[in-house]
Design a protein around this ligand. Structure first.
Ligand SMILES: [Zn+2]
Length: 256
């Protein structure tokens, strides 16, 4: 069509102008422990088509990795109505490259989470989601203080089994949809398996680790007023509360 024709076309009251935008995000099924995925979620993608007179346009918009993660928090509201009111969806600038803490390497803090693999998103850490870095260091310091001789800090390493979890990943294992792990406020720690401490069994070390949590005023056992800190001995994903000496306890969960 020549330009005159095109102008005439645009001037007409036109049924020939058409814009369609039909987003159809899949509603997530209700939260159910054991479902979810350790792998990256599928990004949502929309196609927008517009046609005016003879001109057509078509664009696809696909979520990037950050928005895919943010979408998981939105989905969590739908999938877990009981948590909907308190779920906080991270903002874009809530994410940064995170990294190591004082006592834990970046890999330990990332704990083999294949979800976020690319810099700068290889670790999600921010004002709302990175509390676990400082928490892990505080526990390390207290655990080493307990194991060291007075005045001589110990050098007994810990390993981090789980830190921040995106909601999809959390659903694989956690009974709590909006777990402290999803909020970036929890860390699961255990004595490094290859680091032996003379005179202590692994289970005794678990109890030293648990005691470090008590000393940091975590959990509700030593509090008059419960708040949202947590301290549990755990066997896999099962909370066995304060039974750190059980031979099957494999980590201690800390949150604040
Ligand atoms: Zn945990």
């Amino acid at each position: 069509m020549d330009s005159r024709g095109h102008s005439e076309c645009l001037a007409q009251k036109s049924e020939r102008r058409r814009v369609s935008f039909v987003p159809a995000p899949p509603l997530g099924p209700k939260y159910k422990t054991g479902e979810g995925s350790r792998l990256p979620s599928k990004p949502l993608s929309y196609t927008i088509e517009a046609a005016i007179c003879s001109q057509n346009g078509k664009r696809s918009i696909t979520q990037d990795e950050l928005d895919t993660i943010r979408q998981e928090y939105e989905n969590l509201k739908l999938a877990s109505p009981s948590d909907a009111a308190r779920v906080v969806v991270p903002e874009w600038n809530d994410f940064n490259s995170g990294g190591a803490s004082v006592h834990f390497t970046s890999d330990q803090m990332l704990y083999n989470n294949p979800y976020v693999t690319k810099a700068p998103y290889n670790q999600v850490a921010n004002v709302t989601l990175d509390h676990y870095h400082e928490l892990a260091d505080d526990v390390w310091n207290e655990y080493n203080r307990l194991l060291g001789t007075p005045g001589v800090p110990g050098k007994f390493p810990l390993d981090a089994g789980s830190t921040w979890r995106n909601p999809q990943r959390n659903e694989v294992s956690s009974l709590a949809p909006y777990s402290m792990h999803v909020r970036g406020r929890a860390v699961d720690l255990e004595p490094l398996k290859t680091a032996f401490v003379p005179g202590k069994t692994r289970q005794q070390l678990m109890c030293v680790l648990y005691q470090a949590g008590l000393n940091l005023h975590l959990g509700q056992k030593n509090k008059a007023i419960p708040d949202d800190t947590e301290l549990f001995a755990e066997v896999g994903n099962d909370n066995v509360d304060d039974q750190c000496i059980r031979v099957d306890v494999d980590h201690i969960h800390f949150a604040r």
